[in-house]
Design a protein around this ligand. Structure first.
Ligand SMILES: Cc1cc2nc3c(=O)[nH]c(=O)nc-3n(C[C@H](O)[C@H](O)[C@H](O)COP(=O)(O)O)c2cc1C
Length: 413
């Protein structure tokens, strides 16, 4: 499924996607006047081919008009849950019109509604995506829903050429692309947004409202309008005793009117980390059809490669190199993997354990490494040194490590 950028109301990407064999969805999650909505849907229905649809908030005042326009040819509607009453109503009228209904979910309890109402699919919108997202990352959210639910799950957020296969193997029915396509030939994003996206590596976005169970991921650079006041509100709400739904509603009421509407000047851009893939994909595959084909091929190749190589099996090549049972390295974690007992447990379970040295001083390291060495005997283990600690401390740490010579080391950061 391809969804168009929020706040743009331009169906170009959805039309191109539908003509290339995907489901092309026009995002109307940021409300605007009816005339603009109607003309965008009319264009989508006129020029789209195959499966097309619309994404809309369940409480949107024009939802009946949208459903009526979509009527007929088993088009798709993606509903965002605002409140249960409006959701029920949205589902009821969409069912009556024969639409295929998806529910965009960001919180585990939403999934119960998908199950109860018999929608065709859940879209698990993980923390990496743009706009309203879960606190959980996509692959975690996917696994949570798959465990709880019988409804097919699509994954939105964090989807690149190397993760689509992982999603499918984990059991996803499909994936959702949006800002990955921001620089394709058909993209109607304003030039200012395109040139910002071209430079992105994903770290330019941040999520407001994290810790409420869900939040809103936006593009951020120094001096971006509205950012300071929205961040202030988000911090204020975090300290508030109100239920998470009320906090989110408050945040939404503040963000929505500030979203960039067609022109990027002065507004908030709801961009996800996936935008970081846009430049490489557009340079190589040019059009929406080209990018979709690349995703399909990558998924098939990765899955067949994983099946033939079994890279994660016991005694796989990497495990043999590491002298471990499994080809698994435990990431160093300050205040978690800085004890000899922890290191030994990880090794006993068959992985390569990494002690996190973080900001430890020399003498402390000396004791830790001596204890670890005694416990570990011939089992493999390693230390992690942060590349960004002050030079003096790093020197002190390396001097403390040298006499012990752990078999592995990670230089981090
Ligand atoms: C609590 C915690 C502490 C961490 N501390 C360190 C650290 O001291 N040094 C480091 O290189 N990485 C640190 N990390 C990063 C992890 O090693 C790992 O790279 C990261 O969690 C991504 O792996 P995951 O997706 O499996 O969580 C830490 C992660 C966590 C969750």
């Amino acid at each position: 499924m391809v969804q168009t950028p929020s706040g743009l109301w331009n169906p170009a990407l959805a039309i191109a996607a539908s003509r290339a064999g995907a489901c092309g969805v026009l995002s109307l999650d940021v409300p605007t006047e009816w005339g603009r909505v109607e003309s965008a849907i009319t264009d989508l229905l006129r020029f789209g081919k195959g499966q097309v649809g619309v994404k809309v908030r369940s409480s949107y005042s024009e939802i009946e008009n949208i459903v009526n326009l979509l009527d007929g040819e088993s088009h798709v509607i993606v509903l965002i849950l605002d409140d249960l009453q409006s959701l029920k109503h949205g589902i009821e009228i969409s069912h009556q019109r024969g639409l295929k209904i998806f529910l965009e979910v960001t919180r585990p309890e939403h999934e119960i509604w998908a199950e109860k109402t018999g929608v065709a699919g859940i879209i698990a919108k993980g923390n990496e995506a743009g706009g309203w997202v879960s606190d959980e990352t996509s692959l975690i959210l996917l696994q949570t829903f798959l465990r709880q639910s019988h409804t097919p799950v699509w994954v939105h957020g964090g989807i690149g050429l190397h993760t689509i296969g992982a999603c499918l193997v984990a059991g996803a029915a499909g994936v959702v692309l949006d800002s990955q396509l921001a620089l394709t030939r058909e993209s109607a994003l304003p030039d200012a947004v395109k040139s910002a996206v071209r430079k992105m590596d994903g770290s330019e976005t941040l999520c407001l409202g994290e810790g409420f169970g869900a939040g809103c991921r936006i593009y951020h650079r120094p001096g971006q309008p509205h950012f300071k006041e929205l961040q202030k509100l988000s911090v204020q709400l975090a300290g508030d005793s109100a239920p998470p739904e009320a906090k989110l509603e408050n945040l939404r009421a503040a963000i929505e009117p500030r979203v960039a509407r067609n022109s990027p000047e002065g507004g908030v851009w709801l961009l996800g980390q996936d935008a970081a893939f846009a430049a490489a994909l557009a340079d190589r595959y040019v059009t929406v059809a080209g990018v979709l084909e690349a995703f399909r091929k990558a998924a098939a190749n990765h899955i067949s490669m994983a099946a033939s190589q079994e890279a994660l099996r016991e005694n796989a090549p990497l495990a043999r190199v590491h002298h471990t049972t499994y080809p698994i390295v435990q990431g160093p974690m300050t205040r978690v993997s800085d004890r000899a007992e922890f290191c030994e447990s990880v090794a006993a379970a068959g992985a390569l354990s990494m002690l996190a040295l973080a900001l430890m001083r020399g003498p402390e390291i000396g004791t830790l490494l001596k204890n670890t060495q005694e416990r570990m005997g011939s089992l493999p283990w390693g230390v992690s040194i942060l590349g960004f600690v002050p030079a003096d401390l790093r020197k002190e740490q390396i001097e403390a490590i040298r006499p012990c010579r752990p078999p592995f080391a990670i230089l981090a950061g």
